[in-house]
Design a protein around this ligand. Structure first.
Ligand SMILES: [Zn+2]
Length: 474
Protein backbone atom coordinates (compact mmCIF):
# COMPACT_ATOMS: atom_id res chain seq x y z
CA UNK A 1 0.00 0.00 0.00
CA UNK A 2 2.83 2.42 0.79
CA UNK A 3 3.92 4.51 -2.17
CA UNK A 4 7.15 3.17 -3.64
CA UNK A 5 10.15 5.18 -2.58
CA UNK A 6 8.31 8.47 -2.13
CA UNK A 7 9.82 10.98 0.27
CA UNK A 8 7.89 13.60 2.18
CA UNK A 9 7.10 16.38 -0.23
CA UNK A 10 8.01 14.22 -3.22
CA UNK A 11 5.65 13.25 -6.02
CA UNK A 12 3.84 9.99 -5.34
CA UNK A 13 5.08 7.99 -8.30
CA UNK A 14 3.22 4.76 -7.79
CA UNK A 15 0.48 3.88 -5.32
CA UNK A 16 -2.15 1.19 -5.51
CA UNK A 17 -4.87 0.75 -2.92
CA UNK A 18 -7.00 -2.32 -3.47
CA UNK A 19 -10.23 -3.39 -1.83
CA UNK A 20 -10.70 -0.27 0.30
CA UNK A 21 -13.83 1.70 1.17
CA UNK A 22 -13.97 4.83 -1.02
CA UNK A 23 -15.93 7.91 0.06
CA UNK A 24 -16.50 10.68 -2.47
CA UNK A 25 -18.93 13.28 -1.13
CA UNK A 26 -18.64 15.28 -4.38
CA UNK A 27 -20.75 12.64 -6.15
CA UNK A 28 -22.51 11.40 -3.02
CA UNK A 29 -21.02 7.96 -3.37
CA UNK A 30 -19.28 5.53 -1.04
CA UNK A 31 -18.50 1.88 -1.44
CA UNK A 32 -15.82 -0.70 -2.13
CA UNK A 33 -13.18 0.24 -4.66
CA UNK A 34 -9.59 0.38 -5.89
CA UNK A 35 -7.48 3.41 -6.70
CA UNK A 36 -4.20 3.84 -8.52
CA UNK A 37 -1.95 6.91 -8.34
CA UNK A 38 0.83 7.39 -10.88
CA UNK A 39 3.18 10.34 -11.01
CA UNK A 40 0.99 12.23 -8.58
CA UNK A 41 -2.15 11.77 -10.68
CA UNK A 42 -5.16 9.71 -9.72
CA UNK A 43 -4.99 7.32 -12.69
CA UNK A 44 -7.88 5.10 -11.86
CA UNK A 45 -10.83 4.95 -9.51
CA UNK A 46 -12.71 1.66 -9.78
CA UNK A 47 -15.92 1.12 -7.84
CA UNK A 48 -16.38 -2.58 -7.14
CA UNK A 49 -19.64 -4.45 -6.94
CA UNK A 50 -21.00 -7.96 -6.90
CA UNK A 51 -18.58 -10.73 -5.99
CA UNK A 52 -15.58 -8.38 -6.27
CA UNK A 53 -16.95 -6.24 -3.46
CA UNK A 54 -17.58 -9.11 -1.09
CA UNK A 55 -15.96 -8.79 2.31
CA UNK A 56 -15.17 -5.07 2.00
CA UNK A 57 -16.93 -2.74 4.39
CA UNK A 58 -16.50 0.74 5.81
CA UNK A 59 -14.85 -0.54 9.00
CA UNK A 60 -11.43 -1.07 7.44
CA UNK A 61 -9.25 1.12 5.23
CA UNK A 62 -11.09 4.20 3.96
CA UNK A 63 -9.96 6.43 1.09
CA UNK A 64 -11.37 9.95 1.14
CA UNK A 65 -10.44 13.26 -0.47
CA UNK A 66 -7.88 15.30 1.47
CA UNK A 67 -9.42 17.10 4.43
CA UNK A 68 -9.89 20.88 4.47
CA UNK A 69 -9.57 23.01 7.61
CA UNK A 70 -11.10 26.48 7.58
CA UNK A 71 -9.57 27.48 10.92
CA UNK A 72 -6.12 26.80 12.34
CA UNK A 73 -3.49 28.77 14.27
CA UNK A 74 0.08 28.17 13.12
CA UNK A 75 1.55 30.87 15.43
CA UNK A 76 4.26 32.11 13.03
CA UNK A 77 5.43 34.84 13.13
CA UNK A 78 5.75 35.65 16.81
CA UNK A 79 4.90 32.51 18.77
CA UNK A 80 7.19 29.90 17.22
CA UNK A 81 7.63 28.18 20.61
CA UNK A 82 4.00 27.09 20.28
CA UNK A 83 3.99 26.22 16.56
CA UNK A 84 5.70 27.12 13.33
CA UNK A 85 4.21 27.01 9.88
CA UNK A 86 6.35 23.93 9.21
CA UNK A 87 5.27 22.01 12.33
CA UNK A 88 1.68 23.11 11.77
CA UNK A 89 1.73 21.75 8.22
CA UNK A 90 3.23 18.47 9.46
CA UNK A 91 0.51 18.23 12.09
CA UNK A 92 -2.13 18.95 9.46
CA UNK A 93 -0.81 16.16 7.23
CA UNK A 94 -0.77 13.74 10.17
CA UNK A 95 -4.39 14.66 10.75
CA UNK A 96 -5.30 13.94 7.11
CA UNK A 97 -5.61 17.60 6.09
CA UNK A 98 -4.27 18.78 2.73
CA UNK A 99 -5.63 22.34 2.77
CA UNK A 100 -5.52 24.60 5.82
CA UNK A 101 -6.59 28.19 6.40
CA UNK A 102 -4.29 29.92 8.89
CA UNK A 103 -5.59 32.62 11.18
CA UNK A 104 -4.14 36.12 11.39
CA UNK A 105 -3.53 36.43 15.16
CA UNK A 106 0.22 36.15 14.86
CA UNK A 107 2.67 38.78 16.14
CA UNK A 108 2.76 40.98 14.22
CA UNK A 109 -0.79 40.25 13.12
CA UNK A 110 -1.32 39.56 9.43
CA UNK A 111 -2.72 43.02 8.89
CA UNK A 112 -0.54 43.99 5.96
CA UNK A 113 0.75 42.17 2.91
CA UNK A 114 4.38 41.95 4.07
CA UNK A 115 3.42 39.69 7.00
CA UNK A 116 1.31 37.53 4.71
CA UNK A 117 4.32 37.14 2.40
CA UNK A 118 6.43 35.97 5.37
CA UNK A 119 3.88 33.28 6.22
CA UNK A 120 3.73 32.10 2.61
CA UNK A 121 7.51 31.95 2.46
CA UNK A 122 7.58 29.85 5.61
CA UNK A 123 5.09 27.46 3.99
CA UNK A 124 7.26 27.25 0.90
CA UNK A 125 10.41 26.60 2.97
CA UNK A 126 8.70 23.82 4.92
CA UNK A 127 8.67 21.64 1.80
CA UNK A 128 5.22 20.41 2.78
CA UNK A 129 2.75 19.89 -0.05
CA UNK A 130 -0.15 20.87 2.23
CA UNK A 131 -1.87 23.90 0.74
CA UNK A 132 -1.78 26.85 3.13
CA UNK A 133 -4.37 29.59 2.72
CA UNK A 134 -4.00 32.65 4.92
CA UNK A 135 -6.48 35.06 6.43
CA UNK A 136 -5.71 38.72 6.81
CA UNK A 137 -6.82 40.60 9.92
CA UNK A 138 -10.00 42.67 9.83
CA UNK A 139 -8.56 45.49 11.92
CA UNK A 140 -5.09 46.96 12.26
CA UNK A 141 -3.25 44.97 14.93
CA UNK A 142 -6.57 43.14 15.53
CA UNK A 143 -7.36 45.99 17.92
CA UNK A 144 -10.80 46.58 16.47
CA UNK A 145 -10.19 50.30 16.00
CA UNK A 146 -9.37 50.84 12.33
CA UNK A 147 -9.60 48.58 9.32
CA UNK A 148 -6.50 46.64 8.29
CA UNK A 149 -5.12 47.06 4.77
CA UNK A 150 -7.89 44.90 3.30
CA UNK A 151 -7.26 45.85 -0.34
CA UNK A 152 -3.53 45.21 -0.11
CA UNK A 153 -4.11 41.92 1.75
CA UNK A 154 -6.66 40.85 -0.83
CA UNK A 155 -4.22 41.61 -3.67
CA UNK A 156 -1.64 39.58 -1.75
CA UNK A 157 -3.94 36.58 -1.81
CA UNK A 158 -5.61 36.63 1.63
CA UNK A 159 -8.45 34.10 1.48
CA UNK A 160 -10.61 36.32 3.69
CA UNK A 161 -10.41 38.43 6.82
CA UNK A 162 -10.70 37.57 10.48
CA UNK A 163 -9.74 39.03 13.84
CA UNK A 164 -10.18 35.54 15.32
CA UNK A 165 -8.76 35.06 18.75
CA UNK A 166 -11.13 37.91 19.41
CA UNK A 167 -14.44 39.06 17.92
CA UNK A 168 -14.76 42.11 15.71
CA UNK A 169 -15.76 44.14 18.75
CA UNK A 170 -17.04 47.24 17.06
CA UNK A 171 -20.29 46.91 15.15
CA UNK A 172 -19.23 49.89 13.07
CA UNK A 173 -15.94 48.25 12.07
CA UNK A 174 -17.77 45.04 11.22
CA UNK A 175 -20.20 46.97 9.05
CA UNK A 176 -17.41 48.68 7.12
CA UNK A 177 -15.42 45.46 6.88
CA UNK A 178 -18.34 43.44 5.49
CA UNK A 179 -18.97 46.13 2.88
CA UNK A 180 -15.35 46.65 1.88
CA UNK A 181 -14.48 42.95 1.88
CA UNK A 182 -17.63 42.25 -0.12
CA UNK A 183 -16.55 44.74 -2.76
CA UNK A 184 -13.21 42.90 -2.90
CA UNK A 185 -15.04 39.58 -3.25
CA UNK A 186 -13.81 38.44 0.17
CA UNK A 187 -15.45 37.09 3.28
CA UNK A 188 -15.39 38.23 6.90
CA UNK A 189 -14.91 35.36 9.33
CA UNK A 190 -16.12 36.37 12.77
CA UNK A 191 -15.50 34.78 16.13
CA UNK A 192 -18.86 35.71 17.67
CA UNK A 193 -18.50 36.80 21.28
CA UNK A 194 -19.99 39.70 23.22
CA UNK A 195 -17.01 40.63 25.41
CA UNK A 196 -19.05 42.44 28.06
CA UNK A 197 -20.79 39.15 28.83
CA UNK A 198 -17.55 37.13 28.92
CA UNK A 199 -15.36 39.46 30.98
CA UNK A 200 -13.54 37.16 33.41
CA UNK A 201 -15.57 34.15 32.29
CA UNK A 202 -13.93 30.76 32.71
CA UNK A 203 -16.42 27.98 31.95
CA UNK A 204 -19.80 27.46 30.35
CA UNK A 205 -22.46 28.97 32.60
CA UNK A 206 -24.30 26.13 34.29
CA UNK A 207 -24.14 23.43 36.93
CA UNK A 208 -20.50 22.48 36.33
CA UNK A 209 -19.21 26.05 36.56
CA UNK A 210 -21.28 26.64 39.68
CA UNK A 211 -20.06 23.52 41.47
CA UNK A 212 -16.43 24.12 40.48
CA UNK A 213 -16.64 27.80 41.42
CA UNK A 214 -15.68 29.01 37.96
CA UNK A 215 -17.11 32.23 36.54
CA UNK A 216 -19.88 31.45 34.06
CA UNK A 217 -19.64 32.10 30.34
CA UNK A 218 -23.21 32.48 29.08
CA UNK A 219 -24.37 31.00 25.79
CA UNK A 220 -26.03 34.37 25.13
CA UNK A 221 -22.55 35.89 24.77
CA UNK A 222 -22.27 33.96 21.51
CA UNK A 223 -25.86 34.04 20.30
CA UNK A 224 -26.16 37.80 20.83
CA UNK A 225 -23.03 38.36 18.73
CA UNK A 226 -24.38 36.04 16.03
CA UNK A 227 -27.61 38.05 16.03
CA UNK A 228 -25.68 41.29 15.77
CA UNK A 229 -23.55 40.00 12.92
CA UNK A 230 -26.56 38.73 10.97
CA UNK A 231 -28.40 42.02 11.42
CA UNK A 232 -25.40 43.98 10.15
CA UNK A 233 -24.94 41.58 7.23
CA UNK A 234 -28.59 42.00 6.25
CA UNK A 235 -28.20 45.75 6.12
CA UNK A 236 -24.87 45.74 4.27
CA UNK A 237 -26.27 43.41 1.60
CA UNK A 238 -28.66 46.14 0.48
CA UNK A 239 -25.65 48.13 -0.75
CA UNK A 240 -23.10 45.38 -1.33
CA UNK A 241 -24.81 42.23 -2.61
CA UNK A 242 -21.46 40.36 -2.62
CA UNK A 243 -20.95 40.79 1.14
CA UNK A 244 -20.38 37.46 2.88
CA UNK A 245 -20.13 36.36 6.49
CA UNK A 246 -18.74 33.18 7.98
CA UNK A 247 -19.27 32.43 11.67
CA UNK A 248 -16.61 30.21 13.12
CA UNK A 249 -16.62 27.71 15.99
CA UNK A 250 -20.30 28.08 16.89
CA UNK A 251 -20.90 26.28 20.15
CA UNK A 252 -24.49 26.80 21.22
CA UNK A 253 -27.94 25.58 20.23
CA UNK A 254 -29.16 29.18 20.11
CA UNK A 255 -26.46 30.27 17.64
CA UNK A 256 -27.14 27.38 15.29
CA UNK A 257 -30.85 28.11 15.38
CA UNK A 258 -30.17 31.73 14.35
CA UNK A 259 -28.01 30.54 11.45
CA UNK A 260 -30.63 27.97 10.46
CA UNK A 261 -33.24 30.72 10.17
CA UNK A 262 -30.87 33.11 8.41
CA UNK A 263 -30.03 30.48 5.81
CA UNK A 264 -33.73 29.72 5.32
CA UNK A 265 -34.23 33.45 4.68
CA UNK A 266 -31.51 33.33 2.01
CA UNK A 267 -28.73 35.22 3.79
CA UNK A 268 -25.22 34.46 2.46
CA UNK A 269 -23.92 33.13 5.76
CA UNK A 270 -21.92 29.97 6.42
CA UNK A 271 -20.57 28.51 9.63
CA UNK A 272 -18.38 25.83 11.13
CA UNK A 273 -18.22 23.90 14.36
CA UNK A 274 -15.21 22.25 16.01
CA UNK A 275 -14.68 18.59 16.88
CA UNK A 276 -14.22 19.46 20.56
CA UNK A 277 -17.50 21.35 20.84
CA UNK A 278 -19.22 18.46 19.09
CA UNK A 279 -17.86 15.69 21.30
CA UNK A 280 -16.62 17.16 24.59
CA UNK A 281 -18.69 18.96 27.21
CA UNK A 282 -18.18 21.12 30.27
CA UNK A 283 -18.43 18.07 32.54
CA UNK A 284 -14.87 17.23 31.40
CA UNK A 285 -13.79 20.19 33.59
CA UNK A 286 -15.16 18.28 36.58
CA UNK A 287 -13.33 15.11 35.55
CA UNK A 288 -15.78 13.26 33.28
CA UNK A 289 -14.26 11.77 30.12
CA UNK A 290 -17.29 10.46 28.25
CA UNK A 291 -18.33 11.75 24.82
CA UNK A 292 -21.10 14.34 24.66
CA UNK A 293 -23.65 11.84 23.34
CA UNK A 294 -22.92 9.53 26.26
CA UNK A 295 -23.86 12.30 28.68
CA UNK A 296 -27.52 12.29 27.60
CA UNK A 297 -30.11 9.85 28.88
CA UNK A 298 -32.52 7.95 26.63
CA UNK A 299 -34.92 10.89 26.63
CA UNK A 300 -32.22 13.31 25.52
CA UNK A 301 -31.79 14.91 28.94
CA UNK A 302 -28.35 15.75 30.33
CA UNK A 303 -27.12 13.36 33.01
CA UNK A 304 -25.25 14.62 36.04
CA UNK A 305 -21.68 13.31 36.16
CA UNK A 306 -21.80 13.49 39.96
CA UNK A 307 -24.97 11.41 40.14
CA UNK A 308 -23.91 8.62 37.83
CA UNK A 309 -20.27 8.15 38.71
CA UNK A 310 -18.85 9.54 35.45
CA UNK A 311 -15.99 11.42 37.13
CA UNK A 312 -12.81 9.52 36.34
CA UNK A 313 -10.15 12.26 36.23
CA UNK A 314 -9.19 15.23 38.36
CA UNK A 315 -10.97 18.55 37.86
CA UNK A 316 -9.63 21.78 36.31
CA UNK A 317 -7.49 20.26 33.53
CA UNK A 318 -6.23 23.45 31.84
CA UNK A 319 -6.10 21.75 28.43
CA UNK A 320 -9.90 22.05 28.52
CA UNK A 321 -9.83 25.83 28.65
CA UNK A 322 -10.98 27.02 25.25
CA UNK A 323 -12.84 29.93 23.68
CA UNK A 324 -15.76 29.46 23.27
CA UNK A 325 -15.86 27.15 26.29
CA UNK A 326 -16.93 23.51 26.18
CA UNK A 327 -20.70 23.63 26.49
CA UNK A 328 -23.43 21.38 27.84
CA UNK A 329 -24.34 18.01 26.39
CA UNK A 330 -27.54 19.60 25.08
CA UNK A 331 -25.59 22.22 23.14
CA UNK A 332 -23.32 19.50 21.77
CA UNK A 333 -26.40 17.55 20.67
CA UNK A 334 -27.67 20.66 18.89
CA UNK A 335 -24.33 20.95 17.09
CA UNK A 336 -24.60 17.35 15.97
CA UNK A 337 -28.13 17.98 14.70
CA UNK A 338 -26.92 21.09 12.85
CA UNK A 339 -24.15 19.05 11.29
CA UNK A 340 -26.54 16.36 10.15
CA UNK A 341 -29.10 18.79 8.69
CA UNK A 342 -26.48 20.95 6.97
CA UNK A 343 -26.91 24.12 9.05
CA UNK A 344 -23.24 23.69 9.94
CA UNK A 345 -21.36 23.76 6.64
CA UNK A 346 -18.10 22.39 7.93
CA UNK A 347 -16.09 20.99 10.77
CA UNK A 348 -13.07 23.22 11.45
CA UNK A 349 -10.41 22.37 13.99
CA UNK A 350 -9.57 25.73 15.58
CA UNK A 351 -6.19 24.07 16.09
CA UNK A 352 -4.67 26.21 18.85
CA UNK A 353 -1.25 24.97 19.97
CA UNK A 354 0.25 26.49 23.11
CA UNK A 355 3.47 26.12 25.09
CA UNK A 356 3.46 24.35 28.45
CA UNK A 357 4.24 27.68 30.12
CA UNK A 358 1.01 29.16 28.79
CA UNK A 359 -1.10 26.11 29.48
CA UNK A 360 0.12 24.33 32.62
CA UNK A 361 -1.19 26.92 35.05
CA UNK A 362 -4.32 27.48 37.11
CA UNK A 363 -7.42 26.80 35.00
CA UNK A 364 -8.62 30.37 34.83
CA UNK A 365 -5.17 31.66 33.84
CA UNK A 366 -4.49 29.12 31.11
CA UNK A 367 -4.36 30.26 27.49
CA UNK A 368 -7.46 29.39 25.49
CA UNK A 369 -7.25 26.62 22.94
CA UNK A 370 -6.77 22.96 22.12
CA UNK A 371 -4.14 21.53 19.82
CA UNK A 372 -6.62 19.69 17.63
CA UNK A 373 -5.68 19.27 14.00
CA UNK A 374 -4.27 15.76 14.57
CA UNK A 375 -7.26 14.49 16.56
CA UNK A 376 -10.11 16.07 14.57
CA UNK A 377 -10.74 13.09 12.31
CA UNK A 378 -10.57 10.68 15.24
CA UNK A 379 -13.09 12.66 17.30
CA UNK A 380 -15.49 12.89 14.39
CA UNK A 381 -15.10 9.16 13.71
CA UNK A 382 -15.94 8.49 17.37
CA UNK A 383 -19.34 10.07 16.64
CA UNK A 384 -19.61 7.87 13.55
CA UNK A 385 -18.67 4.74 15.54
CA UNK A 386 -21.36 5.64 18.08
CA UNK A 387 -23.95 5.72 15.32
CA UNK A 388 -24.55 9.44 15.77
CA UNK A 389 -23.29 10.60 12.38
CA UNK A 390 -23.19 8.86 9.00
CA UNK A 391 -19.60 8.33 7.75
CA UNK A 392 -20.47 10.04 4.46
CA UNK A 393 -21.67 13.20 6.25
CA UNK A 394 -18.62 13.21 8.53
CA UNK A 395 -16.31 13.10 5.51
CA UNK A 396 -18.40 15.67 3.67
CA UNK A 397 -18.12 18.09 6.61
CA UNK A 398 -14.32 17.73 6.46
CA UNK A 399 -13.93 17.91 2.64
CA UNK A 400 -16.60 19.20 0.25
CA UNK A 401 -18.32 21.10 3.09
CA UNK A 402 -15.39 23.41 3.81
CA UNK A 403 -14.31 23.12 0.17
CA UNK A 404 -17.68 24.49 -0.91
CA UNK A 405 -17.32 27.34 1.58
CA UNK A 406 -13.88 28.08 0.13
CA UNK A 407 -15.24 28.01 -3.43
CA UNK A 408 -17.59 30.76 -2.36
CA UNK A 409 -14.49 32.75 -1.43
CA UNK A 410 -12.81 32.18 -4.80
CA UNK A 411 -10.71 29.09 -4.05
CA UNK A 412 -10.13 27.00 -7.15
CA UNK A 413 -9.27 23.65 -5.56
CA UNK A 414 -11.33 20.52 -5.72
CA UNK A 415 -12.13 17.72 -3.29
CA UNK A 416 -13.13 14.58 -5.13
CA UNK A 417 -11.83 11.24 -6.29
CA UNK A 418 -11.71 11.84 -10.03
CA UNK A 419 -9.43 10.13 -12.54
CA UNK A 420 -6.94 12.44 -14.22
CA UNK A 421 -6.71 14.98 -11.40
CA UNK A 422 -3.80 15.46 -9.01
CA UNK A 423 -4.19 12.93 -6.20
CA UNK A 424 -5.35 14.68 -3.06
CA UNK A 425 -6.50 12.15 -0.54
CA UNK A 426 -6.25 10.58 2.86
CA UNK A 427 -6.16 6.89 3.77
CA UNK A 428 -7.20 5.93 7.25
CA UNK A 429 -7.85 2.65 8.99
CA UNK A 430 -10.97 2.22 11.07
CA UNK A 431 -10.14 -1.33 12.14
CA UNK A 432 -7.63 -0.40 14.85
CA UNK A 433 -7.50 2.67 17.08
CA UNK A 434 -4.45 4.81 17.75
CA UNK A 435 -3.40 6.27 21.08
CA UNK A 436 -2.96 10.03 21.35
CA UNK A 437 0.49 10.60 22.86
CA UNK A 438 2.53 13.78 23.09
CA UNK A 439 5.50 12.19 21.37
CA UNK A 440 3.31 11.08 18.48
CA UNK A 441 1.98 14.56 17.73
CA UNK A 442 3.78 16.54 15.04
CA UNK A 443 2.43 19.78 16.48
CA UNK A 444 4.55 21.61 19.01
CA UNK A 445 1.35 22.08 20.98
CA UNK A 446 0.76 19.03 23.15
CA UNK A 447 -2.20 20.76 24.79
CA UNK A 448 -4.97 18.27 24.22
CA UNK A 449 -7.27 16.69 26.79
CA UNK A 450 -7.15 13.51 24.71
CA UNK A 451 -3.60 12.46 25.66
CA UNK A 452 -3.64 8.79 26.58
CA UNK A 453 -6.96 8.18 24.88
CA UNK A 454 -7.55 5.78 22.00
CA UNK A 455 -9.20 7.31 18.95
CA UNK A 456 -10.58 5.56 15.88
CA UNK A 457 -9.27 6.18 12.37
CA UNK A 458 -5.49 5.90 12.24
CA UNK A 459 -4.22 8.00 9.34
CA UNK A 460 -2.00 5.80 7.17
CA UNK A 461 -1.21 8.17 4.34
CA UNK A 462 -1.92 11.73 3.24
CA UNK A 463 -1.28 12.84 -0.34
CA UNK A 464 -1.61 16.56 -1.10
CA UNK A 465 -1.61 17.80 -4.68
CA UNK A 466 0.02 14.56 -5.87
CA UNK A 467 2.83 14.76 -3.30
CA UNK A 468 3.46 12.78 -0.14
CA UNK A 469 2.41 14.79 2.91
CA UNK A 470 2.34 12.09 5.59
CA UNK A 471 3.04 8.40 5.81
CA UNK A 472 2.56 6.30 8.94
CA UNK A 473 6.03 5.37 10.22
CA UNK A 474 7.22 1.79 10.29
ZN1 LIG B 1 -11.92 32.04 17.79
Amino acid sequence: MAPEGARLGGVVADLEVSRAWLVDPAIGREGPGDIVVEDGVLRSVVWLDGAEAEGIDDRGVVVAPGLVDLHAHFREPGFEDAETVATGMAAAAHGGFTTVCAMANTSPAIDEASVLVRVREAAERSGSPVELLVYGAVSAGRKGETLAALGELSDGGAIGFSDDGAPVRSAAILRHALAYAGMLGRVIVDHPEEPILTDGAEANEGLVATILGLKGWPTAAEASAVGRDLAILTEVLADVPAARLHLTHLSTAASLELVRRAKAAGLPVTCDITPHHLALTDEWLAGARRWAWEALDEDGRARSPWADGALVAGPFDPTLRVNPPLRSALDAAALLAALVDGTADAIATDHAPHTRVDKEVEFGLAANGISGIETALGIVLAAVDAGRLPLSRAIEALTTGPGGVLHGWGWGGSRRLVEGEAADLVLFDRSTPWRVEAAGLASRGKNTPLLGRDLPGRVLLTVAGGRLAYEEPG
